[in-house]
Design a protein around this ligand. Structure first.
Ligand code: B16
Ligand code: MG
Length: 211
């Protein structure tokens, strides 16, 4: 019986990956190399600095730490420009209905995301009020697959991991949830999310079960 539901942000609630991609691609272009949508797959669920490290690896560049900080800031400025225009219609199908339904059943709801922009994105999407706890990249120091983000979310909800279910689209996130000891619903393709207890294509598929 699920007492708490913990949602990843990018890929579960909203497709911000496309805006991350545009911002990273612009940065790569400035640095003089091409960054493809396929390269971008490697950045899903990964922290900002780790994403930059992968991007620089794609471009075959090695840069000093200080320079890397500046590039990460510059990428984030571009990204923030995109998400400032985010619209409520960009909420993925079924998300608002599913979260509202869970609340009505008394299930506590948390966000468990690597993003430092998570609170802003929830505001833009008009769903911030549906969350009992928001645990994001500003609150945790160890990135997924480390369980810190989900363990913190359970603690903030006042629940044991065994009482919670994590909804995740990235392999690193599924691994993090596994390590935390929560239940796991994978969002996406079974090939990538094999370790989840259940895999669905999107939150919309869960609506029928919950009503
Ligand atoms: P920021 P999630 C992750 O979100 C994204 O999937 C990943 O691509 C991004 O690098 C990371 O957030 C950090 O985002 O630069 O906004 O701090 O899937 O954990 O919700
Ligand atoms: Mg994600």
């Amino acid at each position: 019986h699920m007492k708490g539901a913990i949602f990843d942000l990018d890929g579960v609630i909203v497709d911000t990956a496309k805006y991350h991609f545009l911002a990273w691609r612009e940065l790569a272009a400035q640095l003089g190399f091409e960054f493809t949508e396929q390269d971008n797959e490697r950045l899903k669920g990964v922290s900002r600095m780790e994403s930059l490290r992968i991007l620089l690896e794609v471009g075959g560049l090695e840069l000093p730490e200080e320079e890397q900080q500046k590039l990460a800031e510059s990428k984030n400025a571009k990204y923030v420009e995109y998400i400032s225009k985010l619209e409520q219609s960009e909420l993925l199908p079924g998300v608002r209905e599913y979260l509202t339904g869970l609340r009505e059943q008394g299930v506590k709801i948390a966000l468990g995301s690597a993003s430092k922009n998570a609170a802003f994105i929830l505001e833009r999407l008009g769903i911030a009020g549906l969350f009992d706890a928001v645990v994001d990249g500003t609150k945790v120091s160890k990135a997924k697959p480390d369980p810190e983000v989900f363990l913190t979310a359970c603690r903030e909800l006042g629940l044991a991991p065994q009482e919670c279910i994590v909804f995740e689209d990235a392999a690193a996130g599924v691994a993090a949830a596994k390590a935390a000891g929560t239940g796991i619903v994978g969002i996406g393709r079974p090939e990538v999310l094999g370790e989840a207890d259940q895999v669905v294509a999107g939150i919309f598929e869960l609506l029928a079960d919950s009503q």
